[in-house]
Design a protein around this ligand. Sequence first.
Ligand code: HEC
Ligand code: HEC
Ligand code: HEC
Length: 277
Amino acid sequence: MSSNRWRALAVSFLIVAMVSAAGAKEVVVRLPPESLANWYKPDNERQVWLHTMFGLREAVQAVEHYTASGDQERAIRWSERLRDLYTKIPQMVPEWRVEVEPETMERLVIAVRTGDKPETGAALRRLDTTCDGCHSDYQATAAALYRSPAYSEVLVTDGQNGSATYPEAMREISRSLNHVKIALKDGFPRQAQSAVATLRSELDRLSGSCASCHRDSAPRERIFGGMPDLLNNLHTELEGADRSAQGRLLGELGVTVCARCHSLHRTLGDLRDEIER
Ligand code: HEC
Ligand code: HEC
Ligand code: HEC
């Protein structure tokens, strides 16, 4: 690890140790430099950064493989490709110059060229620590920022020729669901039935929004496939007085429709909103 990285880490430990005025523990999340955005959609046509990374891993593996099998010519060619890709890191994101070790990369190229296996292994291990160092700080936040879905741009039709944002549509859906629950608790089954009907049309409209990100209908089916039966059963149960059956169906709706979709989409979206501020 370079001395620059040690210094950066020492600073982050100082901050991590802090506790806010409200007494809450604070964790420091490192955000990648903004110049990284140049190498992702929508600023770039392709996910250039990610593909450079895949190329790095491939080249490291090839150098290891051909060094072990004694094919020096191919090992040399791959070590040069590895150097080209590694050199791109600080060219693409100048702020990350402190994260890479060009001298270690050079050491590896020379070791491969001279056929020095132990030295090749040592240089590869050292190079690997620079990969790990940057990844432990930035990999997760970079993926969340540049490769997670953005719901703020997706619209849901509101049933009156207009459209609502995802958070707006969700607040409506959640109000309708709670309306069903309140009416049930206070013994107004007719109101509960009409709230179920509203909820059904809201969820139907929500299901129309899936196509903005999912080309095929399988994901939509997975969440909404069982919903019509579930809502029909709920409507029927509301005619009777079996509170536990009513509660069970509502719970099932919450788990199979709301919670399942949230666990797939919401956590990452929330994290992105949080760190984008
Ligand atoms: C200066 C920072 C930095 C350095 C150095 C670095 N990486 Fe990365 N790497 C990243 C970031 C940021 C991501 C997350 C990209 C994303 O998910 O879109 C990443 C992601 C990856 C991935 C994708 C993992 C996955 O499956 O999602 C691979 C593979 C990878 N890096 C390989 C390497 C290798 C091999 C090296 C060293 C030779 C290396 N990286 C050095 C920053 C770095
Ligand atoms: C803003 C984009 C976006 C919208 C809108 C969206 N999804 Fe997704 N969804 C994703 C991403 C990204 C993933 C994870 C990667 C993948 O599997 O495609 C995902 C994964 C899923 C998965 C798990 C993977 C699979 O194919 O089974 C399901 C199920 C799913 N979504 C259902 C839905 C439903 C239902 C809707 C509409 C109510 C919806 N999605 C709307 C982006 C979106
Ligand atoms: C696409 C699948 C999907 C389904 C199905 C779904 N949600 Fe959501 N929900 C989301 C996403 C994505 C967000 C985050 C939206 C954002 O803030 O950008 C969210 C956010 C919310 C929020 C927070 C809104 C706010 O104020 O920011 C509530 C409340 C909510 N959902 C309730 C529900 C309930 C209740 C159901 C079931 C009856 C449901 N959702 C079904 C995807 C879904």
